[in-house]
Design a protein around this ligand. Structure first.
Ligand code: ZN
Ligand code: ZN
Length: 255
């Protein structure tokens, strides 16, 4: 079974709002935003792999804290999969002994608690029989989404992106898609900002959804706090025939 638990899915913070982090089958994280703070210490200790979409803070801010909390109890390093440019950014700007210690060398370089493994778009990694495929998207920094498949069931997560072809072409190249989690960071009134920051606004998303040949259940994520219902209404009005919901924090999927 493909189990997915939404730890955080907001475009910002506030009581009850956590930033992006998805837990797959109890042992794999996709992004390490503040949603990681929903995990108990025991649940954190089950995490073996982390796939990162891009270097922005709302997607990585709890990685340094996760490693710190797990430091004494980790027997094997947590394996972090990301694009080389993303790994470079995290090493240079977070694990630089100024913002946070360099956990890639602690407690010793040979037995560090974290190991970064480079991955490129279209690469696939198999974990416990589940396939994780990295898919290029189009954001203000190099960014990817992921498609996860197990025994014919699959979901895809866009990460942060604006209009693109690569994500939709990749999904179309597969036979099926059950669940699509896609960002819509801004309402239509912030269309210009969406273009500048390379996020989706409702009309941009609905235009791109026409490229998808599958009919998955669609969940909107990364919505601007306080504007969730406005964004949702705008997307539904522009695409009334599609099955679209707001992704809810602490929700669970079993595929
Ligand atoms: Zn971003
Ligand atoms: Zn983001």
């Amino acid at each position: 079974m493909l189990k997915l638990r939404i730890l955080g899915c907001s475009g910002g913070v506030g009581r009850g709002l956590r930033t992006t982090s998805l837990l797959v089958n109890d042992s794999v994280l996709i992004d390490a935003g503040s949603g990681v703070g929903e995990l108990t210490l025991e649940e954190m200790s089950a995490v073996k792999h982390l796939f990162i979409t891009h270097s922005h803070l709302d997607h990585i801010n709890f990685l340094p804290l996760l490693l710190d909390s797990m430091f004494e109890s980790l027997i094997e390093p947590i394996i972090v999969h990301a694009q080389p440019v993303t790994i470079r950014a995290i090493k240079d700007h977070i694990f630089n002994w100024t913002i946070w210690p360099d956990f890639t060398k602690l407690p010793t370089p040979e037995k560090a608690v974290v190991k970064f493994v480079e991955m490129l778009p279209n690469d696939k990694v198999e974990i416990d029989g589940h396939e994780y495929e990295m898919i290029e998207v189009s954001h203000i920094v190099p960014a990817v989404g992921y498609r996860v498949e197990f025994e014919g069931k699959s979901f895809a997560f866009s990460g942060d992106t604006s209009s693109n072809d690569s994500f939709w072409n990749n999904l179309n190249a597969h036979d099926d898609l059950d669940v699509l989690i896609v960002e819509t960071a801004f309402p239509e009134a912030m269309y210009d900002l969406a273009l500048k920051a390379r996020h989706y606004a409702p009309s941009l998303l609905v235009e791109d959804l026409k490229k998808l040949r599958h009919k998955p259940d669609i969940y909107l994520t990364h919505l601007k706090p306080g504007l969730e219902n406005q964004i949702m209404t705008e997307v539904k009005t522009a695409a009334p025939s599609l099955s679209i919901n707001i992704l809810q924090s602490d929700s669970n999927f079993e595929l």
